[in-house]
Design a protein around this ligand. Structure first.
Ligand code: C2E
Ligand code: MG
Ligand code: MG
Length: 717
C-alpha cells in the first residue's frame, strides 16, 4: 500500500515560518497560509483516499508506476495476484527490483534458465507496451497484462487473472482435439473450414493443411451442398439432418451432425460433431431389403408385390391401363425336394427365379410368394393376347431342362392369370382370382395356364361352404359309414364290404364323397375324417362273420402325417378286428409323393397282416410301374373300363390284360362298378375274381349289412 505522499505546500509553510516569526502580519499571513495548506492537504488526502477506494473496488489488479518504474499506487487485487512479492511493494520501490527478486525465487516459470533475458524482455514491454500479453506464475495461475504509458511518462498497468478462462480453453481444446468423434469448425458466413480435430483428419483422410484450405463445399456431396446453400447454416438449419460428405478417397459417407454456434477467432462459426451413419444406413437398407425380398432368390416377396400391386391399381385408375397378375406354381416340386434334398431344391428354385426374371419386362414385378409359388405382375401390355404370350413364354422357359449340381432336371409349371379391372378391383381380389385360375390349371392336368373365369370364383365359394358344413358335420357326428359288398364272381358269395363315407346333409340330401373328399384333403380335415371312418368301420366289421373282409379307402394326405400306422394299429386293437380281415385301398397318387416314406408305411402295415389294394386301376399314368414298387394284394379295375366292357373292344382288351397280369403276379382282381348282367357275364368269362357294383348292391348302412349277412352266423363282436 502506498504511504502518504510528501506535500509541496508544507515546504512553502516551512519557508514562511523561518522568514519572520515576530511580525504579527506575517504571523497572521502564515496562519492563513497554514490553514489553506491544511485544507489543501486534507483535500488531497481525501482525493487520494477516494482514488484508493476507487481502484480497490475494481475487479482486476491495477498498478501505477512513475517514469522511473517506481511504485506509486496499487490496489488490493494487484497485491493478491502477486502475493509472493507483496512484501516488496513499497512506494518508491522499483518494479525491476521486485521482478528480479521474484525471478530469483522462481515465481515466473517462463524465466527459468533465461532469467536476464526474461527480465529485459519484461521491462522492454513495460516501457514499450504494444498490447496485452500473458504471464504465467509458479502457482499455476495465468495473468493477462495490459499496460499503457501515462502522459507524465509513467505506466498504468492492468492485471486480469485469466486462470479459469485458460483452463476452460484448455478443456475445450482437449475435448476438441482428443474427441473420438470427428469435429469441424467452419465460418458461418463463408463456410471456410477453420479448424478440425484429429478424428476428423483420420476419418476423412484429408491432412490438416488440406482441411484448412477448404470450405464446406469441398466436403459436401454436390446435392447436399446445394441444399445447404438454400437453407443457410445456422444450428437449426444444419443439425438434425443427414448430409452426404466426401472423403479424401472419393467415398461418400452419410453423416448426422450435432452443431453449436461459437465464436472462433472473433468470427461467428459453427462447431459440428460428425457421426458417420453410413453403416447404420446400409444396415437399415439391408433390413428394408430383407423385409421386401425373398432371401433365397432375391426376388421381391409378397409384401413388396402387394405394394407394387397397390401402385399398379392407382396408376390404372389414373390412366385406365390394365394390369395382369400371373400366379406361377411348379408341378410336383415336393418330390424333387424330398428325393434330391433341399439344397438341390433350393438351387432349382433359384434357377427358376432367374428364368422368370429374364422373361419379365422392365417395370413388371417378378416375386416369390413362398415355397414353389411365384408371381408376375405385368403392367406394360396393351392387349390380353400379350399376357397370353407372356404366360406361354414363362411356361416354355421354366419347363426347359435344368442342370443342377451336374444333374439334369425338368420341372413342370402351372400358371393362373387374372387381369384387372375385369378380374378384380383391388390387389387382394386380383391375387385371389389368379390363384383360383392356377388351381384350375393344376386340376386340368398341370403344365398349362388358365385365365380366371367368374365361374371359378363361384366354385371356390361352394368349396368354402362345403368346408364349413363339413366341419360342423364332423363336430355333430353326422357322418355315416355305409358298406358296399364285394362278391366272389365264381360262387356269388359276399367276400367283404368296402366302407364308403356318407354325408347326409339336412338340405342337400346325401352329398357324394367326390364333392367333399377333395375339400377335406385341401383343408387337412381328411386326417381326422379318415381316422373316424377307419375306427367306425372296424367296429362294425367286428360284428360280421369272421371270414367277411373290410376294405377302407385311404387318402394320400393320411400318409403325410406320419401317424397312419399307429392310427390303423390302434383301430384294430381297440375294436378287436383281426388285421387279416382289413384291406386298405390306395390310389397310385399315394405313390407320387415321398415314395420311400409311403413304402415304409405300407410295408409296416403289411407286416401287421393288413392287405393293400390298388384302387381305381387304369385311371393314372403309369400304373404298371407302381405295381413293381409294392407287391399289392389286390387290384381294383376302375369302373370306367367295366362300364364299357360290353361295347368297347379296347376296354375288353385292357380288362383282359389286367386279369392276366393279376393271375401271373398272383394278385386278386376286383372289377368295380358292375351294373349289368352282361358286364358280369363278360367278367366271369374272362375269369375275374371279384366284383363290386350296383348289380349286387349299393353301399348300405350297417343295419342292412347285418341283415344281408344274417343267414350266416352273425358273430357278436
Ligand atoms: P372308390 O374307392 O373307387 O369307391 C367306389 C365308388 O364307386 C363309390 O362311390 C361307389 O358308390 C361307386 N360305385 C360302386 N358301384 C358302382 C356302380 O355300379 N356304378 C357306379 N356308377 N358307381 C358305383 P362313392 O361312395 O361316391 O365314393 C367315391 C370315392 O370317394 C371312392 O371311390 C373313394 O375314392 C372315395 N371315398 C369314399 N369314402 C371314402 C373314405 O372313407 N375315405 C377316403 N379316403 N375316400 C373315400
Ligand atoms: Mg375304393
Ligand atoms: Mg375305386
Amino acid at each position: 500500500m502506498p504511504a502518504d505522499r510528501h506535500n509541496a505546500s508544507t515546504d512553502k509553510i516551512d519557508q514562511c515560518s523561518s522568514v519572520n516569526e515576530s511580525d504579527p502580519d506575517a504571523a497572521a499571513a502564515l496562519a492563513r497560509v497554514r490553514a489553506e495548506a491544511d485544507a489543501a492537504i486534507a483535500q488531497a488526502q481525501q482525493a487520494h483516499t477516494r482514488l484508493r477506494d476507487a481502484v480497490d473496488i475494481l475487479p482486476h489488479g491495477l498498478v501505477f508506476l512513475d517514469s522511473e518504474g517506481r511504485y506509486i499506487l496499487w490496489n488490493q487485487q494487484y497485491a493478491d495476484i502477486y502475493k509472493r512479492s507483496a512484501d516488496l511493494f513499497k512506494p518508491g520501490a522499483r518494479l525491476a527490483d521486485t521482478l528480479r527478486v521474484g525471478v530469483e525465487r522462481g515465481d515466473y516459470p517462463e524465466a527459468v534458465g533465461r532469467e536476464k533475458e526474461w527480465i529485459a524482455d519484461r521491462l522492454h514491454r513495460l516501457y514499450n507496451p504494444i498490447g496485452r500479453h500473458e504471464q504465467n506464475l509458479s502457482d499455476g495461475r495465468c495473468i493477462l497484462i495490459d499496460e499503457r504509458r501515462t502522459s507524465d511518462g509513467g505506466v498504468i498497468g492492468l492485471r486480469v487473472d485469466i486462470t479459469e478462462l485458460k483452463q476452460r480453453e484448455a478443456s475445450f481444446r482437449l475435448l476438441f482435439d482428443e474427441n473420438p468423434a470427428p469435429m469441424i469448425i467452419f465460418g458461418r458466413d463463408d463456410h471456410a473450414i477453420l479448424d478440425v480435430n484429429q478424428a476428423a483428419i483420420s476419418h476423412y483422410g484429408y491432412t490438416r493443411p488440406q482441411f484448412l484450405s477448404m470450405t464446406l463445399r469441398h466436403i459436401h456431396d454436390c446435392d447436399t451442398y446445394e441444399e445447404l446453400k438454400l437453407i443457410g447454416s445456422s444450428v437449426q438449419d444444419y443439425a438434425g439432418r443427414t448430409w452426404k460428405h466426401l472423403k479424401a478417397d472419393g467415398a461418400i459417407i452419410d453423416v448426422a451432425i450435432y452443431a453449436r454456434e461459437i465464436t472462433h477467432k472473433n468470427k461467428p462459426a459453427l462447431l459440428v460433431a460428425v457421426i458417420d451413419i453410413t453403416e447404420r444406413k446400409r444396415a437399415e437398407a439391408r433390413v428394408a431389403h430383407m423385409a421386401h425380398h425373398d432371401a433365397l432368390t432375391g426376388l421381391p416377396n409378397r409384401v413388396l408385390l402387394k405394394q407394387r400391386m397397390e401402385e399398379g391399381f392407382q396408376r390404372m385408375r389414373r390412366t385406365g391401363k390394365p394390369i395382369a397378375m400371373l400366379c406361377i406354381d411348379l408341378d410336383n416340386f415336393k418330390p424333387v425336394n424330398d428325393t434330391l434334398g433341399h439344397s438341390c431344391g433350393d438351387i432349382l428354385l433359384q434357377r427358376v427365379a432367374e428364368r422368370i426374371r429374364a422373361v419379365v419386362q422392365e417395370g413388371d414385378t417378378a416375386a416369390r410368394l413362398g415355397g414353389d409359388e411365384f408371381a408376375v405382375l405385368a403392367t406394360n401390355f396393351g392387349e390380353p393376347s400379350e399376357v397370353t404370350a407372356l404366360a406361354r413364354r414363362l411356361l416354355a422357359d421354366i419347363s426347359e431342362p435344368y442342370d443342377v449340381m451336374g444333374q439334369q432336371m425338368m420341372i413342370g409349371v402351372s400358371i393362373g392369370v387374372a387381369i384387372a379391372p375385369g378380374d378384380g378391383n383391388n390387389p387382394d381380389s386380383l391375387l385371389k382370382n389368379a390363384d383360383l385360375a392356377l388351381y384350375r390349371a393344376k386340376a386340368d392336368g398341370k403344365g398349362a395356364f388358365r385365365f380366371f373365369e367368374a365361374e371359378m370364383d363361384a366354385r371356390a365359394q361352394v368349396r368354402r361352404r362345403i368346408e364349413m358344413d363339413l366341419r360342423a358335420a364332423m363336430l355333430g357326428n353326422v357322418l355315416e359309414v355305409h358298406y358296399q359288398p364285394l362278391v366272389n364272381l365264381a360262387n356269388g358269395a359276399v367276400t367283404g364290404f368296402e366302407a364308403l363315407i356318407r354325408w347326409p346333409h339336412p338340405e342337400r340330401g346325401f352329398i357324394p364323397p367326390s364333392e367333399f373328399i377333395p375339400v377335406a384333403e385341401e383343408t387337412g380335415l381328411i386326417v381326422q375324417l379318415g381316422a373316424y371312418v377307419l375306427k367306425k368301420a372296424c367296429t362294425d366289421a367286428a360284428q360280421w362273420p369272421g371270414d367277411v373282409k373290410l376294405a377302407v379307402n385311404l387318402s394320400p394326405l393320411q400318409f403325410r402325417t406320419g401317424s397312419l400306422f399307429v392310427t390303423v394299429k390302434q383301430a384294430l386293437e381297440e375294436t378287436g378286428l383281426s388285421p387279416k380281415r382289413l384291406e386298405l385301398e390306395i390310389t397310385e397318387t399315394v405313390l407320387l409323393d415321398r415314395v420311400d416314406h409311403v413304402l415304409a408305411t405300407l410295408h409296416a402295415l403289411r407286416a401287421l397282416g393288413v392287405r393293400i389294394s390298388m384302387d381305381d386301376f387304369g385311371t393314372g399314368y403309369s400304373s404298371l410301374s407302381y405295381l413293381r414298387k409294392f407287391p399289392f394284394d389286390k387290384i381294383k379295375i376302375d369302373r370306367s373300363f367295366v362300364h364299357e366292357l360290353a361295347e368297347n373292344a379296347d376296354s375288353q382288351a385292357i380288362v383282359r390284360a389286367i386279369l392276366s397280369l393279376g393271375s401271373s403276379l398272383g394278385i386278386t382282381i376286383t372289377a368295380e362298378g358292375v351294373e349289368t348282367e352282361s358286364e358280369l357275364a363278360c367278367l366271369k368269362s374272362e375269369g375275374c375274381d371279384e366284383g363290386q357294383g350296383y348289380l349286387f348292391s349299393k353301399a348300405r348302412p350297417q343295419a342292412d349289412v347285418l341283415q344281408m349277412l344274417s343267414p350266416r352266423a352273425v358273430r357278436a363282436a
